[in-house]
Design a protein around this ligand. Structure first.
Ligand SMILES: Cc1cc2nc3c(=O)[nH]c(=O)nc-3n(C[C@H](O)[C@H](O)[C@H](O)COP(=O)(O)OP(=O)(O)OC[C@H]3O[C@@H](n4cnc5c(N)ncnc54)[C@H](O)[C@@H]3O)c2cc1C
Length: 382
């Protein structure tokens, strides 16, 4: 690569980097995106595709309202169908505390415009999600317009549209330095040469801490491997079975191809960049599956893979410029929700970069919150 220059360099070509690159270019910026591997090959390509508005933090609900709106218009805007299937999202609740919390969230969701979210009695939970069992079910919340979309299609939509707007998308090249002068970004060093720029967007997913370190900025993100398993065909299960989450255990499943995709977080999980499938997780899940969705346990496994969650201490993303280095922007730390947040995040950060106030306030996501202690943690993490 000869010495390039751009208004902004995006580090990382997952769905977040591609969305930001597109939205920046749409507002007239010249952009180079640098991806170490191939576009969408890391967490994005390994995610479950869930899109929901049922968060505990109202800031996330408002942001997700925008994401859902943008997904609805994505095909008209880019020519690529995001394959958003509105099968609905069901949270299954089994403790008094969960019932109290989710009844409160429901009011907030309604106030925030998620008007079709509703409360379900235990009988309604079982009717809606016939695979689910358990006398301990106390109720649930359901939003029929939530669902699943294709991470591959959304990444392709944004990267293709970005390319058509002149964004240079470079694959197989790593960013290994961020050059500053007097506290301002001057250029980005890569394994294929240097790019002059006054703005860098850190969209490096689970590796965002390492990219932050290149600029001397501490970004508190830890990688946590998560496994996904897909069952053999289950033809008698409706392809419109909702995305279902047993909130107490974080066990979730949804239709995928002709089988069911499922996963769960482990209580004792440790940070690691290892993305080999951990088959012991399946053993550890056996009890929960037996108790909550026993039919799933008898279907057999068709395939499995693992990817990385990118966790922050409060399970909220880090968005916007940092205070210590002028021109260093973050869009990372999505804590397992970055696929669905990418459309809104790209739109809002491009708005901010071009000098307009973002239409959704992003203060709660500022990097400085780790210094000031002003946090609004997200609790509905799966
Ligand atoms: C099992 C699993 C299930 C999930 N389910 C959901 C879900 O249902 N819904 C949802 O919204 N989210 C889900 N997520 C989370 C979601 O996948 C991520 O939050 C999202 O993909 C983050 O996108 P990204 O672009 O920030 O990261 P990535 O897709 O990881 O992209 C970051 C990119 O940066 C590149 N990179 C890193 N360092 C450098 C460097 N120095 N130079 C150049 N490139 C670099 C990497 O190669 C990578 O491609 C899930 C994640 C996993 C693992």
């Amino acid at each position: 690569m000869s010495r390039d220059s751009a208004d902004a360099v995006v580090v990382g070509g997952g769905v977040v980097g591609c969305s930001i690159a597109y939205h920046l270019a749409r507002r007239g910026a010249t952009v180079v995106l640098v991806e170490r591997d191939t576009l969408g090959s890391q967490s994005t390509g390994r995610c479950a595709g869930g899109v929901r508005r049922q968060f505990s933090s109202s800031a996330n609900v408002v942001m997700q309202q925008l994401s859902v709106e943008l997904l609805a218009g994505l095909e008209a805007e880019t020519g690529v169908d995001p394959e958003f299937r509105h099968i609905g999202y069901l949270f299954v609740l089994t403790s008094d505390k969960q019932v109290e919390d989710f009844r409160r969230f429901l009011l907030m969701w309604h106030e925030t415009g998620v008007t079709d979210a509703r409360w379900l009695e235990p009988r309604e939970v079982r009717e809606l999600a016939p695979l689910i069992q358990g006398d301990d079910i106390l109720g649930g919340t359901f939003c029929p317009s939530d669902g699943i979309a294709s991470p591959h299609a959304v990444t392709l939509a944004y990267s293709g549209a970005a390319r058509r707007l002149g964004v240079k998308l470079i694959e197989g090249v790593e960013v290994d330095g961020i050059v500053q002068q007097a506290g301002r970004v001057q250029s980005v060093r890569t394994t294929a040469g240097e790019i002059s720029t006054s703005a860098v967007f850190n969209c490096a997913g689970a590796w965002a801490r390492k990219v932050g370190a290149l600029a001397g900025v501490d970004i508190p993100i830890e990688p946590y491997p998560r496994n996904i398993f897909v069952t053999n065909p289950m033809p008698d299960v409706s392809r419109r079975h909702p995305m279902t989450i047993d909130f107490a255990t974080s066990f979730y499943f949804h239709p995928e191809g002709d089988g069911l995709l499922f996963g769960m977080g482990m209580a004792d999980e440790q940070p690691s960049f290892d993305t080999a499938v951990d088959w012991e997780v399946l053993d550890a899940m056996a009890d929960v599956i037996d108790r909550r969705a026993p039919r799933l346990g008898t279907a057999g496994i068709q395939t499995a893979w693992a990817g990385l969650y990118e966790m922050t201490p409060d399970h909220q993303p880090i968005l916007g410029p940092v205070d210590s280095v002028e021109g260093f922007w973050c869009a990372c730390g999505f804590s397992g929700h970055g696929f669905q947040q990418a459309p809104a995040v790209g739109y809002l950060l491009a708005q901010w970069f071009s000098g307009e106030p973002p239409q959704v306030p992003l203060d709660v996501f500022a990097h400085r919150r780790f210094a000031t202690g002003t946090v609004e943690p997200e609790n509905n993490v799966v």
